[in-house]
Structures are given as C-alpha cells and as structure tokens.
Write a protein that binds this ligand. Structure first.
Ligand SMILES: Cc1cc2nc3c(=O)[nH]c(=O)nc-3n(C[C@H](O)[C@H](O)[C@H](O)COP(=O)(O)OP(=O)(O)OC[C@H]3O[C@@H](n4cnc5c(N)ncnc54)[C@H](O)[C@@H]3O)c2cc1C
Length: 426
C-alpha cells in the first residue's frame, strides 16, 4: 500500500464509543473497503455515560439494552460493517493480522486500537465478595442495579465522577451512603478545589457521609459470600451491603505493548493519532496523545475525546490531507442529583481563577494558566459552557483581570472579540 493510499481493509479492536465511531465515520467519509469491528463484549456497541446515571434508575433501560445502543443491529448490515464478537489476544505486526481468542485471524491494511480502559480494583482482602462492584460495562451496571434494589447501606470507594454519580443515585433511591476518598477532597484529579467543594456540599446536604483522607484496609463478608462491612485503614468499620469501587481505570494497553508498540501512560500516539507503527492508530481512553496547549502527553476519558479521535483517524484513512493534527478542545459533563457539571478545556495547572455567577447553585469557575484561560467548569450554566468551548477552541484571548471586571460574561466577551471590538460592560 503506497503512503497516502486509503487502506483496503481496516480492522478496529474494541467496539466501544471510539471503535464504533471510527467505523461509522469511515463509512460516512466514503471508505469503500472492508471494515471489521471486533468487540470483546457480548452486546451491540453502546454508550457508557447512562450506566452510572439513568440506567440505574430508569426502567426503560432494561428493555434488552436497546436505549443504550449507539445504533441498532440493522445499521451494521446496511453499512457493511463486519461486527465480530471476540477478544483479540495477539497482534502480529509483520503479518498484519490480529488473532482472536477462538483462533480466528483477521488481516488488516490499517489497524485501529480502541481498547478503552478497565476499572482499577481495590486490591484489599474481601474485594471479591458478592456485593462489591466496579462499573464499566452494561453487565457491571446491570449487576449494580440489582444490588442497589436490595441495598440499605452503600459504601462508595473513590469520590471521582463514577463514584459520585453512583452515590447520588443510591442516595435518591433511599440508601444510606458513605463515600470514602483517599485524597483530602472529592474530584481531586478532575476539578478545581472550588468546584469540588460545591459537590462535597451537595452530597453532604443530601445526607451522604463523605469521608476524605481515608483508605480502605479490607472488605468483610457476612459469612454467606456477601459483603457486610468495609474496614478503613484507621480500623473504623462501615457497615455495607453494597460497595462500589470507583478508583480510576487502567488503559488496556497490553496488546499494544506485547506487539512492541510504545506505551507511555497509554498507547503512545502522535498528534495524528498514529502509533510508532504507521499502520496502527489508537483512539479514545487507551490512547495517550500530545495535548495542543502544553505538548504534554495526555490520556482522557470522555465521549468527546473518543469521538473526536475516531473522526480524525477516519478522516485520515479516507484520504483527507494527512497533515491535520488532533487539536479538539476536550469537554466533559457529569450529572449528580439534579446538578450538571460541564467542563471545557483541560486544567493541567492554574494559578488564577475567577468565578462567574450569582446563585450558589449556578456558577462557572474560570481557570487561568498565567494570562491564558485553560478551562472552565460550569455548574448549571449551560450558556457559559457553550461560550467557553468557543472561546477556548478559537483561542480568544482572556486574562483573569478582564474576566474579573464587573458585568463580564463569557458570551459578551466572545461576541465582542469576534467583532474585533472592545468588550462592552454593562
Ligand atoms: C459508568 C461510566 C460513565 C461515564 N460517564 C461519562 C460522562 O458522563 N461523560 C463523558 O464524557 N464520558 C463518560 N464516561 C467515559 C466514556 O464512556 C469513555 O471515555 C468512552 O466510552 C471511551 O471510549 P473508548 O472507545 O475509548 O472505550 P470503551 O467505550 O471502554 O470501549 C472499549 C471497548 O474495547 C473492548 N476491548 C478491549 N480490549 C479488547 C480486545 N483485546 N479485543 C476486543 N475488544 C476489546 C472493551 O471490551 C470495550 O468494549 C463514562 C464511562 C463510564 C464507564
């Protein structure tokens, strides 16, 4: 295959958000060759965000999983996308084939690794007891939902997004909920201290016990294979009939590493999402890619990231100019109780912040790295989030001084800068 020639056959390993989108975008952008989408999960490709939210409480999600599907089964037939069930266990780069656990093999001209990530486990005694859950797949969510139906006391380990989203659902369903977090605050990896403090209050006001700065030493059983108690490292017992562990994920990089591809906190790709093998790309949660603003290699876990990566790879493989590099603005959302947090941009470090918004339950935190806006966290302020996405992706200059001026709004600033005028304040 000459450089720049569209590949006749594309094999995609992993049929989650990134893998599905790669296949869909390839067809949308005119790929006429073969597309094989290999799924380790016994389900049509589906979206994960509802798994920690609506799926747990809304009965419509129980109807055969259909509300989760990204497309119905007929779509794959119509689009001539060969959806194969199985786990890829080996990648032979010289022969350009992948081999599945059942021994079958698929040849590729281009391979896309979209293997996602898996939950980290607690690794303490008792982690395997019935009633101790992690949450990544629809199967996990179904088991969790079932446990939740019978639970009175839930302990959530980890106050990241998955843990807090589940905690809000569990509290709404009438459970006593305790959240245990090793860091001194929730959302330590994901949001500013100010936003985290808001969510800590939101959960505490709803009656959830939030224990920060605590580790888990063990999980104890009830003698019948089920969980009865979580023991903290200080010896404190927390009675529980359901435990959700949400302590982060490990990217699925083993296949890439075994094939000799560079792995650096994720499957290492360049700004075109190519690995160090020009016939292999990686997208989504498994891919560590250079962030445009800082140049740092970054791995993001979001729908936007997986979809954005997938589209760029599909664009490249269908013959678009290969020079386009991945420079999409990351954004993310989380729903807890009736509150929606939306984040635009990435806060790798900030030294100034400005808060916009009048009400205690609707505000935006603008985070600045020097004189540059790097991220905006909006709580119940959709307008701010949308304006922030534009400002950040268009790189509209904004410093903390300007943002602190009376009457400042992101929307007006965006409009004024687009007109090239001075920013009007009222
Ligand atoms: C409960 C939950 C809630 C979330 N909520 C939000 C949210 O509110 N907003 C947001 O932006 N993001 C959210 N996310 C994150 C988002 O869903 C992920 O970032 C996104 O799914 C990543 O897509 P992906 O294709 O990289 O990985 P995945 O969707 O995880 O897909 C990877 C697939 O690859 C398969 N696979 C792995 N190895 C192999 C192999 N060797 N052979 C074959 N198949 C393989 C896996 O089984 C999996 O099906 C949430 C995630 C979870 C789990």
């Amino acid at each position: 295959m000459a450089p720049g020639t569209p590949p006749a056959s594309v094999v995609i390993v992993g049929a989650g958000q990134g893998g599905f989108q790669t296949a869909a975008s390839l067809r949308e952008y005119g790929h006429t060759g073969r597309i094989t989408l290999i799924s380790a999960e016994d389900a049509l490709p589906y979206e994960r965000p509802p798994l920690s939210k609506a799926f747990l409480k809304d009965d419509t999600y129980l109807e055969g999983g259909a509300p989760l599907w990204l497309r119905p089964a007929t779509y794959y037939v119509r689009q001539d996308i060969d959806l194969v069930a199985g786990t890829v266990t080996a990648l032979d780069r010289a022969a350009r084939t992948v081999r599945l656990a059942d021994g079958s093999a698929y040849a590729y001209d281009h391979l896309v690794l979209a293997t996602g990530a898996r939950p980290r486990t607690l690794g303490v005694p008792g982690s395997g007891l019935r009633g101790v859950h992690t949450l990544r797949t629809a199967r996990d969510a179904a088991a969790l939902r079932q446990s939740l139906g019978a639970a009175r006391r839930a302990v959530v380990v980890g106050a990241g997004f998955i843990g807090l989203e589940f905690a809000s659902v569990a509290r709404e369903s009438g459970c006593e909920v305790t959240v245990v977090e090793a860091c001194d605050r929730p959302l330590a990896r994901a949001a500013s201290a100010r936003t985290a403090a808001y969510f800590a209050r939101l959960h505490r006001d709803a009656g959830t016990r939030l224990l920060c700065g605590h580790g888990v030493a063990a999980v104890h059983g009830n003698g019948r294979g089920g969980v009865s108690e979580v023991e903290l490292t200080d010896g404190r017992p927390l009675p529980a009939d359901l435990v959700l562990t949400g302590v982060g994920v490990t990217p699925n990089t083993e296949l890439a590493a075994a094939a000799g591809l560079v792995v650096d906190g994720g499957i290492a790709v360049d700004s075109r999402l190519l690995t160090d093998d020009p016939r292999i790309s990686a997208v989504g949660d498994c891919a560590a890619f250079p962030q445009v603003r800082s140049g740092n290699r970054l791995r993001l876990e979001s729908v936007q990231n997986a979809v954005g990566h997938a589209r760029l790879v599909a664009e490249r493989l269908t013959g678009a100019p290969s020079s386009r590099t991945y420079d999409e603005l990351p954004w993310f959302w989380s729903d807890q109780f009736s509150t929606t947090l939306r984040i635009a941009g990435v806060d790798e470090r900030h030294d100034a912040e400005v808060v916009l918004g009048e009400g205690p339950d609707a505000f935006s935190v603008l985070l600045f790295d020097g004189d540059e806006l790097s991220a905006v966290e909006s709580v119940n302020r959709t307008g701010d989030h949308l304006a922030a996405r534009r400002l950040l992706s268009e790189r509209v200059p904004l410093g903390p001084g300007e943002a602190s001026a009376p009457g400042f709004t992101l929307k007006k600033h965006l409009a004024a800068r687009r007109r090239g005028a001075a920013v009007p304040f009222d």
